[in-house]
Write a protein that binds this ligand. Structure first.
Ligand SMILES: [Zn+2]
Length: 321
């Protein structure tokens, strides 16, 4: 078995680029496949050509999680190649029923981020978030159901001539799987292990779409799961492959708790609204990842019974318990 071949594809969203991984034998397989943009398509073609392949040669696409930068271009590749797409059970609806799922997720965003922000504090948020969210579907094709297959959240998948253990790794999203090759100690890490701390996206719970998933708490649990694995090389969803994953995890977890405690101190000092906290923690950085992280710090503080939510003047306020 040979090492996954990293193909770096451009993305419109935060990370600047996203990785697809190519396996040549016994058949050409891609793990994740970028966004549906012309730039991404050209980059994929060029990368495949270096291995004497064209898009039409791809036989299978395996998806780690159904986010636009990982699955968006699958439809276009399927059109050209007739490849079969494999997604985990939790991603299946996202793959074939994309618009309805996206609408549900937008509603969750509105309710839990935008809905918390009074008009005067929220103008910038809305200016930034809504166009960003609405543009996503332009870079994401809905897949034809007959081409989509699902694999379970645990067990093994065979690609690249070997078995890979499927590891459920919720946190960044509750539908994320990583793939682990035990003999080589390789992990295809999706957005679970990255050189920068992954962020838990605002999304609904799998068992109750009307409720928001508390992603950061889940992410901390998944970090523990990852720490227990013997890994020599992580092949992440973004940026360069790396080793020494335990040291990375420890640093990222330490920082999460530090930022969580900083959030607590701000509340103690009289900042009670989401956007007031955000302004201090992420000054001049109107960004989605920042919003997700702050939402996560608040969730953790509530779980730790250090703060509580109250509705004041129709909006959520955070107070020390
Ligand atoms: Zn990603």
């Amino acid at each position: 078995m040979t090492e996954p071949i990293r193909i770096e594809l451009p993305t419109l969203y935060g990370m600047k680029s996203v990785n697809a991984y190519l396996f040549l034998d016994p058949e050409p397989v891609l793990i994740d496949c970028g966004e549906k943009t012309d730039a991404s398509w050209e980059a994929l073609k060029t990368a495949l050509a270096a291995h004497n392949l064209a898009v039409k040669d791809i036989k299978k696409i395996i998806i780690t999680h159904a986010h636009v930068d990982h699955i968006g271009m699958a439809g276009r590749i399927v059109e050209e190649s007739g490849a079969e797409v494999w997604v985990n059970e939790y991603c299946y609806d996202w793959a074939v029923n994309t618009e309805a799922m996206w609408k549900q997720r937008m509603e969750m965003m509105e309710k839990h981020i935008l809905g918390e922000i009074p008009a005067e504090g929220g103008a910038n948020f809305k200016k930034m978030v809504l166009p960003f969210m609405n543009a996503v579907m332009n870079a994401w094709d809905i897949l034809p159901a007959e081409k989509v297959h699902s694999f379970p959240m645990e067990g093994t998948l065979n690609f690249g001539g070997t078995d890979w253990q499927i590891i459920y790794a919720p946190g960044h999203t509750n539908m994320q799987t990583c793939f682990y090759q035990k003999e080589k100690k390789w992990l295809i890490g999706a957005d679970m292990l990255l050189s920068i701390t992954p962020t838990p996206v605002i999304e609904f719970r799998l068992d109750d779409p009307t409720e928001r998933q508390k992603g950061l708490a889940e992410m901390l649990q998944s970090f523990d799961k990852m720490k227990a694995l013997e890994i020599d090389t992580v092949f992440p969803g973004h940026y360069e492959p790396f080793g020494n994953h335990r040291r990375l995890i420890e640093a990222q977890v330490r920082r999460i708790h530090m930022r969580k405690d900083a959030t607590y101190e701000l509340i103690k000092d009289g900042k009670h609204r989401f956007y007031e906290l955000f302004d201090v923690l992420y000054t001049n950085r109107m960004n989605m990842p920042g919003m997700s992280m702050l939402r996560g710090y608040l969730d953790l503080l509530i779980d730790e019974n250090r703060i509580e939510e109250r509705i004041e003047d129709g909006y959520t306020a955070y107070h020390l318990v």
